[in-house]
Design a protein around this ligand. Structure first.
Ligand SMILES: [Zn+2]
Length: 429
């Protein structure tokens, strides 16, 4: 079970180099399990017991399993996560031709740890918008091959490199994608037109725009002497998306269950499809058009906001409060912040702890050191929008926001087990 889950995660990460691809990967797996696509522009005819999903901007997705009984009676069990990860995005006019090299100008998306991007075999993926036969269309692309690299500067030319040096994103990050002759001019949009033809046999008249990010071509892998860890890109937060998906697919209860995975968390969630936008609220309102029933149902519901936590790193253990150092492979972490950077309260934390105990899943607590600032999640944002009770939890990881993050190989199974139990819960507190 654990090995199958880990292998499934590794394949999911490979298929999901961008939020667009993550959404498509989730949709594909939901469809294979009998979930039907709902279009937000159409009217919906949902039925009790039905399984549906809806996407927005191709980069956020909500899966819905309607209970046989009205959710008004027992509330909705919701799990939330995010589809995006920090990365390098290609600028609109990216071509840089200097010293015989073709490079692409990039914008840093989110709070990326930049140093690990050097000396990696990078590829490019995302969404391309183009014109064909007078119509504007979009398509996902993934170059898959390692087509780019950001080489480090040799230590001989930067003698203090090991003492740490600031990275100027404008000057030092443009990846090299080719060597070109002096008078040859390369048009990046023309390269994308070729990629559309190669990947989708699609003849675009002209590429209009795109949202493309670089990613590491090295696959995620089970590592460590005893296979104790999983190393890979985008564990924050595709690890939680995948756990939520597996729990949703395993949940066979009569209760109404929702999985919401939204884009733009790493940049604050404020967008039409982000957690600070109206997508989840509008979706729930369409399922519960009566205003009174909507409020009553939300007040009986509960949201588990799943996003990774910082495990205690043996080389940097003093970065954690001595009593709150989550360990890898020791189960999900309940995240507490009394200043509401996390939405957890004693009731929601207590309920999650109770679920873990009942499932014999180990559970841990995290609170940031009192002399350090705290990160946040979609938890407080969703709680504020819907007024729904929320608990922030997540699996402990190392190297959050690196191009290669690390988690424990036993923890995914722990999280899937407890989220499945949550989706199956008969009565919420
Ligand atoms: Zn995250």
């Amino acid at each position: 079970m654990r090995d199958a889950l880990n292998q499934g995660l590794i394949e999911f990460l490979k298929a999901s180099p961008t939020p667009f691809h993550a959404t498509a990967s989730l949709a594909q797996r939901l469809e294979a399990a009998g979930f039907q696509r709902l279009d937000e522009r159409d009217s919906w005819a949902t039925v009790p017991g039905g399984r549906y999903y809806v996407t927005r901007n191709d980069s956020s997705i909500i899966a819905i399993k309607l209970g046989k009984l009205s959710p008004l009676l027992s509330g909705i069990r919701m799990v939330g996560a995010h589809t995006d990860s920090p990365c390098l995005r290609v600028k609109p006019q990216p071509e840089l031709q200097r010293h015989g090299f073709l490079q692409l100008g990039v914008e840093v998306y989110g709070g990326a740890l930049l140093a690990p991007w050097f000396d990696r075999d990078l590829s490019l993926a995302g969404r391309v918008t183009f014109r064909r036969d007078g119509k504007v269309e979009s398509q996902l692309v993934d170059f898959k091959l390692p087509i780019a690299v950001i080489p480090n500067l040799a230590i001989h030319l930067n003698r203090t490199a090991n003492e740490g040096w600031p990275i100027n994103p404008q000057l030092e990050l443009p990846p090299i994608i080719a060597q070109v002759a002096g008078d040859e001019r390369v048009d990046f949009r023309a390269l994308l037109t070729e990629q559309l033809a190669r990947e989708h046999e699609l003849n675009a008249d002209v590429v209009l725009d795109y949202e493309l990010s670089f990613y590491d071509t090295q696959d995620a892998a089970l590592i460590g002497l005893h296979g104790d860890f999983i190393a890979g890109a985008r564990l924050d937060n595709l690890l939680s998306c995948y756990a939520g998906l597996q729990a949703m697919l395993a949940s066979d209860s009569d209760e109404t269950c929702v999985l919401v995975c939204t884009d733009h968390e790493e940049v604050g969630s404020s967008s039409a499809c982000g957690a600070d936008g109206p997508m989840l609220e509008q979706t729930l309102q369409r399922l519960l058009p009566d205003g009174d029933e909507y409020v009553r149902t939300v007040q009986r519901s509960l949201m588990v906001s799943a996003d990774n936590a910082h495990g205690v790193h043996p080389n940097y253990a003093d970065k954690h409060d001595g009593n709150h150092g989550p360990k890898l492979n020791a189960g999900p972490v309940i995240k507490v912040n009394n200043n509401q950077r996390y939405a957890t309260n004693s009731e929601t934390a207590g309920f999650f702890r109770h679920l873990c105990m009942a499932e014999e899943v180990p559970v841990q607590s995290f609170v940031v050191r009192s002399d350090m600032g705290c990160g946040s999640t979609i938890g407080p944002i969703t709680a504020s929008h819907l007024g729904v009770r929320t608990v922030d939890i997540g699996l402990p990881t190392f190297a959050m926001h690196s191009i290669r993050e690390l988690c424990g190989s036993q923890d995914l199974a722990h999280l899937v087990k407890v989220l499945t139990a949550f989706y199956r819960t008969r009565e919420l507190p």
